[in-house]
Design a protein around this ligand. Sequence first.
Ligand SMILES: *Cc1c(COP(=O)(O)O)cnc(C)c1O
Length: 395
Amino acid sequence: MRSVVLRRDARDRPAAPNRRALAGLVRRPGFDYPASMKKRVYNFAAGPATLPYEVLEASAAALLDFQGKGFGIAECSHRGKEFDAVLDEAIARCRTLLGIPDTHDVLFLQGGATQQFAVIPMNFLTGPADYVVSGEWSKKAADVAKGLGGDKIRVIATSEATQFDRLPAPIAPDPAAAYLHICSNETVHGNRFTEWPSHATLVVDASSEIMSRPHPVARTGIIYAGAQKNLGPSGVTLTIVRKDLYDRIPKSVPKILSYKAHADAKSCLNTPPTFGIYVLLETFRWMERQGGLAALEKRNGEKAKAIYDAIDESGGYYKGTVSDKAARSHMNVTFKLPSDELTDKFLKEASAKDMVALKGYRTVGGIRASIYNGMPVEGCQLLATHMKEFAQKNG
Ligand SMILES: *Cc1c(COP(=O)(O)O)cnc(C)c1O
């Protein structure tokens, strides 16, 4: 039998940088990327979303060769010493950044935030539970819970009648409810709870604002978040659980859906999303280099202000979809232009300036700028400038 000889040819070698392409390159500020990379755009995607370039670079290197060992971090056992050290450091850094007390566990789960919508009532619905519906995601969470708990799931406040342009009010949960569920930042509708409400067992879907600012972990029962907005790739769900809640879990809950079983196994009940967890570790390291969550909150506030100012100073040309300014999200800025034609033109011209994925969610329309931790200040400033120039030309 003749063996096939794979000959190395020019295609195996990395391409030399294309000097002509590089000569015309507009290097956008805010990223420290290598000269061989043609361009990195300002990506306003809602999720999966832009990540800090340093996080991508370090994760890419570890994917190829982890600490010079000759194998990548996605190629070793989740029960081996290499990954165990990654897991320990990820948990420790998450605890430090958020100031998580010993009363709470840090879990890395799968199935996204959507799976949490179901698993939370399966584990903790010991009696009636209260849901606040402030947008697309909390509505979905309540609907999934109703499918499992029926009348036990009570929507105590909703702002659906006004297209979720504000937070529902008043919010008066039953202190005896099994838990109070909220979505702290509504990714589609662009509102947020500046301050999380209080309840003996507060459950928070923080998917689209997790670690964009400090969170009151000590007074919260559960915080959960799909990683793909502020933390890393999709496939990891960061869940922080108060340990005393484990007593409520019915025996009928399958082990793979039990928070306690995952906690006992340090998130290694089965094979966890090892590479995703590695990326989270690099994100946590990056967050510490930025000065921690208080520093990120300040920067995120400045980023959001640049765009909201452009809306408010446009003389009504741009209309924010959230009418209550105090409830405006600092992560997902949603606004409308005078017409669909102008919206398309706005998007096209933004794209020509290297700003992409600004189209609003299909049910809301208009523009949505998702400006998570990974979006540099410069990206928001460029968008604000584009808004001003566009309104002047097309007003
Ligand atoms: C994206 C998102 C979800 C859904 O997350 P999956 O990981 O896709 O299940 C849930 N809630 C909020 C607030 C989100 O932004």
